[in-house]
Design a binder for this molecule. Structure first.
Ligand code: PEP
Length: 249
């Protein structure tokens, strides 16, 4: 019913040569996978990645996008520019963007809206900080972030929702499968309220220190439909092992 997907988030990593080698290795390995895959890369490498992955079923995504369409916004990249070079996915609302660049729920929703207007599918990240979890606010925060996007973009237009507890990103601390499942179920319920049909098919991904050793138990949970993978996506072999933790139906 749901097609699982595992998405690499390279963040600010890579080089022209390293990317070429990564793609070569991953394409050699991926024949045995039972999930869709995509790679989100820094802006400057997106054209290269589109070219390297042309004719394959591996998607290419950006890591953020401007809320502006064009004009005097030095350093920004618009959704139409991403479309122009063949990008099909884009992460929005990653916690590093929310924290370091102070992106608000409203900014994130606007980004998603700009992307969808260009036919690019947003990967909508949500997640609570450690303080918010300890204050019992996980569901409140995650659903507030999600509903802000749903107010502007129908769930059917999302590529995925990615639940990424901020305390688990890049820290080596992973949510237990049960803890993650609880939040994923709440996300599924909120999506169902918005659009019951879309909620059944939309993948909800877990992100936060997923690696080959813990991917399988996470992906076995009923509402975890794949992952958004940071550190473990930097080596093609590790990313492949994480993807291989998704079983055939
Ligand atoms: C991320 O930043 O999206 C992420 C999940 O990172 P990591 O896998 O390194 O925790």
């Amino acid at each position: 019913m749901r097609q699982p997907i595992v998405i690499a988030n390279w963040k600010m990593n890579g080089s022209a040569e390293a990317n070429r080698l990564w793609v070569e290795s991953f394409l050699n390995l991926k024949a045995d996978l039972h999930c869709r895959t995509a790679v989100c890369a820094p802006f400057v490498y997106l054209s290269q990645m589109v070219e390297l992955l042309k004719g394959t079923d591996v998607g290419v995504g950006a890591e953020t996008v401007s809320v502006a369409d064009k004009g005097a916004f030095t350093g920004e990249i618009s959704a139409s520019m991403l479309k122009d070079i063949g990008v099909t996915y884009c992460i929005v609302g990653h916690s590093e963007r929310r924290t370091i660049w102070h992106e608000s729920d409203e900014n994130v929703a606007e980004q998603a809206e700009k992307l969808v207007a260009q036919g690019i599918a947003p990967v909508v990240c949500v997640g609570e900080t450690l303080e918010e979890r300890e204050a019992g606010k996980t569901e409140e925060v995650v659903l507030r972030q999600l509903r802000a996007v749903l107010a502007r973009v129908p769930a059917a237009q999302f590529a995925a929702v990615a639940y990424e507890p901020v305390w688990a990103i890049g820290t080596g601390k992973t949510a237990t499968p049960e803890t993650a499942q609880e939040v994923h179920a709440a996300i599924r319920a909120a999506l169902t309220e918005a659009d019951a049909a879309a909620a059944q098919t939309l993948p909800i991904l877990y992100g936060g220190s997923v690696k080959p050793a813990n991917a399988r138990e996470l992906f076995l949970q009923p509402d975890i439909d794949g992952g958004l993978i940071g550190g473990a996506a930097l080596k093609a072999e590790d990313f492949h092992s994480v993807c291989a933790a998704i079983d055939a139906d």
